[in-house]
Ligand binder design. Sequence first.
Ligand SMILES: [Zn+2]
Length: 184
Amino acid sequence: MKILISADMEGATGVTWPADCLPGTPQWERHRVMFTSDVNAAIAGFFDGGADEVLVNEAHMTMRNLLLEQLDDRATMLTGRHKALSMVEGVQHGDADGIAFVGYHTGAGDEGVLAHTYLGNSITGVFVDGVRASEGLLNALVVAEYGTPVVLVTGDDRACADARGYAPDARTVAVKDYVSRYAA
Ligand SMILES: [Zn+2]
């Protein structure tokens, strides 16, 4: 069983402020450790659950955030950008049995810690068939084209609630509870 992990950072443990996930800041240096830890928890869970291959696709901003030297060495990492399918690069090979959205967040215009859809200060709302779309929803539609189910979504409690709309069969894990856009 092969699992693909799409790892975004706004929904990671402890992240509540733009600088927490802005490459180059002291806050980012601190939070990328917790981000890596979230991804490692998912990797460990998948291997415990019977996976024999896990590919981690970096999906946040520069796509160079995870600490490779601290990553569970059973996993393989796809780092950097640009990539044809961006946050879900790798799914087009058609060999993944499931995909996990780790560190995800709600979409532009929704409640949620650091809610946005791709460009935080430019896009105020994305709609698919009249439904306000998060990156999770958009990427779930992309991976559905390849027949790959979303099996896990982590983020704040609002991101988990959002996931129940686009991936009702996925396991969700809230790593923080929303209080406001910049508090959890
Ligand atoms: Zn991100």
